[in-house]
Design a protein around this ligand. Sequence first.
Ligand code: HEC
Length: 106
Amino acid sequence: MKKFLAGFVIVAAGFTSAAAVDGKEIFEKNTCAICHKETKDAVGPSLKTIAEYYKNNPEQLKNFLKGQADPIIWPDKFNMMKPQMGKLKALTEEELDALVDFMLKH
Ligand code: HEC
């Protein structure tokens, strides 16, 4: 009985965390969409542009989001993106992966 309960708790916990990590939601919750539109370049490059630059290199995109890689798209406009990086520090590895997946789907 004890074993059965423990298994149930693990399955339930796995289910909630999978449901909680949604790249789109993270993107919207952190107000990234104000400057990054789906397909049209605006204040920042569109998600489509970001995906074009990074589609073969998701690891590098993740490193950029962690502040460990230089910007490659519009480096001269990075001063506008830089203050946003602080929000990304609060994200877990799992959330960063979901965010990368979401952006690269465009
Ligand atoms: C105030 C406007 C603004 C907001 C809000 C914003 N960005 Fe940006 N972002 C920019 C600008 C401008 C650039 C272009 C500079 C650059 O290439 O780094 C950029 C560039 C980027 C790049 C491309 C980096 C590269 O290699 O050049 C990524 C990825 C990115 N932003 C992700 C995000 C995410 C994720 C969020 C939400 C946490 C976010 N941005 C919020 C303005 C913004």
